[in-house]
Ligand binder design. Structure first.
Ligand SMILES: [Zn+2]
Length: 247
């Protein structure tokens, strides 16, 4: 696509991101009965992240999370209501929120084998050895060291935490949250995709503005990667120029 046409289309996308609701998928909000377990799960996941650290929290399994909550005096163990709520989030069909992507992970208790991952220096993130790691190293060589890894592997618990944090920041609007931070079990980060950004850009890296950087345009020229969530993608996810498709 010509750059001008592409940027024009991006302008249109800013307008359409005001609300994702359409006739088939009116916005769905947290139910009354979900609000109490929702808030306590968000809080407990934050506490577990505080204990294991930002980087390790990317890899932690559901069973380990439960164990930590049980064994540390500062955290209350997860209650039956909280566990039931987490299961509901993991197993429900997100197409009711207008998200049509594939499930990438089928077990809530899925474990990431730490022998299969490598920590990327100064990023606080991990990549799978092999294809993901090699692709990122190629990108560094081809685009230059102004490109950074902003999010790598996310286990089920990390994705759950990001998804619920987004529901919270969208004031309980699950439809809106799901179109930008998909529910656990549906993220390609769990199986090899990763996000890149421009050094020093902070949160701007996760906005459509990233598509205006030289780094983005250099990425477009690389034959060995592509963009997972293009404008108007069939999965129903927002435009994510920073998300590199590996799988
Ligand atoms: Zn991503």
């Amino acid at each position: 696509m010509l750059r001008r046409a592409f940027l024009g289309a991006m302008g249109a996308s800013f307008i359409s991101t005001v609300s994702f609701a359409d006739e088939q998928n009116p916005d769905i909000w947290l139910r009354e009965d979900q609000k109490i377990p929702f808030l306590s799960v968000v809080q407990k996941l934050d506490q577990v992240e505080h204990i294991v650290g930002y980087a390790k929290f990317n890899l932690i399994s559901f069973d380990e999370t439960i164990k930590i909550a049980k064994n540390y005096a500062k955290i209350e163990p997860f209650t039956q209501a909280e566990l039931a709520y987490i299961e509901e989030v993991f197993y429900e069909d997100p197409s009711k929120y207008g998200f049509y992507g594939k499930r990438t992970c089928f077990q809530l208790s899925e474990i990431i084998n730490e022998k299969e991952v490598v920590k990327v220096p100064h990023s606080g993130h991990y990549l799978y050895r092999g294809h993901s790691q090699e692709s990122f190293e190629h990108i560094l060589k081809d685009v230059g060291n102004s490109i950074i890894l902003t999010s790598g592997i996310r286990g089920i618990v990390k994705q759950l935490s990001l998804h619920l944090d987004k529901v919270k920041s969208e004031n309980g609007n699950i439809t809106l949250a799901t179109r930008s931070l998909v529910p656990p079990g549906y993220s390609y980060h769990t199986i090899g995709d990763f996000d890149v950004g421009k050094k020093g850009w902070g949160h701007e890296n996760f906005t459509a503005s990233f598509a205006r950087t030289n780094e983005f345009w250099s990425l477009q020229k690389l034959p060995y990667i592509s963009m997972r969530y293009t404008l108007g993608n069939q999965d129903g996810v927002r435009f994510e120029p920073w998300h590199v498709k590996i799988v």
